[in-house]
Write a protein that binds this ligand. Sequence first.
Ligand code: ZN
Length: 179
Amino acid sequence: MIDKSKEAGAKAVKFQKRNPEYKNTLYLDKDGVLNTAFYRSSKLSSPRNLDEVNIKQDIEDILIFSKKKFNLVVISNQPDISRKLITKEFINENLEIIRAYLPISIAIVCPHLKESNCLCRKPNTGMIQKFRELFPDNHESEIFVGDQISDQECADGLNIHFIKVDNPTSLKNNLEFTF
Ligand SMILES: [Zn+2]
């Protein structure tokens, strides 16, 4: 039996490298956008060790776009933390690999299981609301890039323009025509 009252107060985890510097922010899902997601025992899965972190080609288009002065903020569900299959330290190492390519300022991560009914797990909007609270001057324009319906629903819930990564050319084209 899950204690919902306890989980409702559960907190997302923030990994901060530097303060966001621009007025505008590009929110990025991690698995399936920055590094590959893949099937493990026929279930969509995320990396659980550094050998499974494969950086996606899309990252080049995101880097070009970020030069239009957008903060890069990762917004990611990581229920494998609650399953004790990965640690917060592993997520930090995964982010450092991504940071070799992209100047990610902050990552906000939901470590909870779906059954926890927390407010942060996408499609809920708690992680973006947390970013907005922490940095009220850094979300004048917002865009969300993701690959899952839960990313789209999260963006829609806050009226944020959403770009779906679903084929190799769509991200580049969509980013080019956004601003
Ligand atoms: Zn959560």
